[in-house]
Design a protein around this ligand. Structure first.
Ligand code: NI
Length: 195
């Protein structure tokens, strides 16, 4: 009798453990699905040559995406410089990566402005702009915050904005991000593992 009780008890404990394990695996799986769908999404914008271009045009290559604006005095040029350095360190792998700069200041950054800006950083850098609505939609998809910051009553303004470098995989899905200040070496290493 005692053995039977112990046996039943063991079965109940095992069942409980299995239930806990199954639940936590399910939760982890749901979480990873959320990360994949939460950042990024389809877009159609205008590139720095004045051509309409959609996200699907970049399939089969990794994308390094940075949101910023050409009037940015410090952070954007620094981050784009880092992206340029990353690309220069990649050798042949560069053919598998498209660096993309999306403006969050479409009011001033038309495609001509982007055209003369992107070439300062890398010949492969693709500049993207669009209408205020198009930019708002793509920024929302990438969870990018941006807002005008006026300087003491003048018409001049700066933009406050999220400064992250997004790595999208060859299917256009979010792979990971690099925070502002990550070195070119560390980003290049992160890219190599995604190639
Ligand atoms: Ni900036």
């Amino acid at each position: 009798m005692k053995i039977r009780v112990l046996f039943l008890f063991a079965i109940v404990v095992c069942a409980a453990l299995l239930a806990v394990l199954a639940t936590s695996m399910w939760v982890m799986n749901e979480r990873s699905k959320l990360t994949l769908v939460e950042i990024g999404g389809p877009f159609t914008l205008t590139n720095h040559r004045g051509e309409q271009i959609s996200d699907t045009a970049f399939r089969g290559r990794l994308m390094l995406i940075y949101f910023g604006y050409t009037y940015c005095p410090d952070v954007c040029p620094t981050e784009l410089q880092v992206i340029g350095n990353v690309l220069d360190h990649l050798g042949d792998a560069i053919s598998q990566i498209t660096p993309v700069f999306i403006t969050i200041d479409p009011e001033r950054d038309d495609w001509e402005t982007l055209n003369s800006y992107v070439e300062h950083f890398h010949e492969d850098l693709v500049g993207l702009t669009g209408s205020a609505e198009e930019i708002a939609a793509v920024a929302k998809a990438y969870r990018v915050y941006y807002a005008k910051s006026k300087q003491g009553g003048s018409e001049e303004y700066l933009m406050d904005h999220t400064s992250l470098i997004y790595l999208m995989d060859k299917n256009g899905r979010f792979a990971r991000h690099f925070t502002s200040g990550t070195s070119a070496e560390d980003i290049a290493a992160g890219l190599s593992s995604a190639l």
